[in-house]
Design a protein around this ligand. Structure first.
Ligand code: NAD
Length: 381
């Protein structure tokens, strides 16, 4: 009988410290799998990070960006994929979290061959990872990737896609805002409230439409004159102020950041007059460390609706493609963001913590309870 042993079992007494993991094995990250994808023929260099499949397939977009180093690309993939686990969990989706990065300049290096090579890598994971659009990748790119794999959403409508995700992102923000109103003022109605929207691009513009229909007064700002002009043409009753500083100092009930990340920095939080912050922008908290912006918002009595919860309408919309897109079903799922927002705000109030922390706790609880109960069941997706 042959005894199997590791080839070096008798020669090595201690692990050789040649490999310094920059993150994946760090318990603070806890990623399940990180895949490096290299295709010399097309020039593809990508990293796919599967953070968690506890709730289902790990879904998250592909960011195509000219990272300065592989370490920067890895750090982004690890950070963003973990964020998707929390986002998908809190949105009530049966999906885990993942994210991919392609290293390079999408305006110069993107090609059909490269995207198809990338699609084959996604396919090789057998559905553990499902990709979608992110910075530097577009609906047309997803259609190309789809020629190699079914594990891609955010496709064009002729290819079974869900269309522009801004539609349900805006509806989700509006829904969450009504939940905030219920929590703070005891009514879901936004009639007569003044809402300040910073950034009237795809999401902000649609959000303004919902707000006006609900009887709110709307004040906006945008660095782009073209975006403001477009809005004024369709909604001439909207007030416009010059700059975000003027907007946050205005007499608002609700502030809706719908432009770039970092909207809530220390100075903004001190200046803000609104009672509620609820907007689509990603990564609104300039500093989310303990004792940082979330706690200062709490001290000031400002109700902050966590960004990754309220802007999840878009991921809910595109993930519906996995079942064959049906708008009404996706919209129905987005309506549930009302209850999810109420649950976060109630938990925060009960425990005297910020909604940002409460959101993280609720996401972790769902991952643990639902994730562990489905772990060993047959037929798991
Ligand atoms: P967009 O590019 O269409 O619109 C952003 C708008 O913000 C533009 O009109 C731009 O001119 C304006 N802007 C940029 N900097 C500004 C500043 N300093 N002050 C005021 N306005 C400024 O983007 P979008 O798709 O509407 O997304 C808006 C935000 O929501 C982003 O943070 C995005 O990541 C997030 N988000 C979008 C979706 C979606 O489905 N589109 C989903 C989830 C999250």
């Amino acid at each position: 009988m042959t005894t199997l042993s590791r080839p070096d079992a008798h020669t090595r007494t201690a692990p050789v410290a040649t490999f310094r993991a920059p993150g994946p094995f760090d318990p603070a990250h806890g990623h399940e799998q990180v895949v490096y994808c290299n295709d010399a023929a097309s020039g593809l260099r990508a990293i796919i990070a599967v953070h968690s499949t506890a709730l289902g397939l790990a879904l998250g977009g592909t960011r195509y960006y000219p990272y300065e180093s592989e370490d920067d690309a890895l750090a982004d993939a690890l950070r963003l994929s973990k964020g998707m686990t929390y986002k998908n969990a809190l949105a009530g989706l049966d999906l885990g979290g993942g994210k991919a990065v392609i290293i390079g300049d999408p305006t110069r290096e993107k090609s059909e061959a490269l995207l198809r090579a990338y699609g084959r890598f996604v396919e090789s994971l057998g559905g553990r990872y499902v990709t979608a659009c992110d910075v530097g990748t577009y609906v047309a790119d997803m259609d190309v990737i789809h020629r190699e794999t079914d594990f891609v959403v955010g496709r064009s409508e002729p290819h079974g896609g869900a269309g522009d995700p801004s539609v349900l992102t805006a509806f989700g923000v509006f829904t969450a805002m009504r939940a905030c109103s219920d929590h703070v003022w005891g009514t879901v109605s936004l009639r007569g409230r003044t809402v300040g929207v910073a950034g009237v691009g795809k999401v902000g513009h649609l959000l303004v439409g919902h707000l006006l229909e609900a009887g709110a007064n709307v004040v906006v700002t945008d660095v782009s004159d073209a975006a403001v002009d477009r809005l004024r043409r369709s909604h001439p009753q909207v007030d416009v102020v010059a700059g975000t500083d003027a907007l946050v100092r205005a007499d608002l009930d609700v502030y809706a950041p719908c432009a770039l990340g970092g909207a809530l920095d220390a100075a903004t939080v001190e200046a803000l007059r609104a009672r509620v912050v609820c907007g689509s922008a990603n990564n609104q908290l300039a500093d989310d460390g303990e004792g940082g912006i979330p706690e200062r918002l709490l001290e000031r009595g400002i109700t902050y609706a966590p960004d990754y919860l309220v802007n999840s309408g878009g991921v809910i919309q595109v993930s519906d493609e996995l079942e064959g897109f049906v708008f009404e079903r996706a919209k129905h799922r987005v309506e549930k963001l009302f209850d999810a927002t109420v649950a976060v705000l109630r938990r925060a109030e009960e425990q005297g913590i910020s909604p940002a922390r409460a959101a993280d706790h609720l996401a972790e609880e769902r991952i643990t309870t639902i994730g562990s109960s489905r772990m060993y069941l047959p037929g798991r997706r």
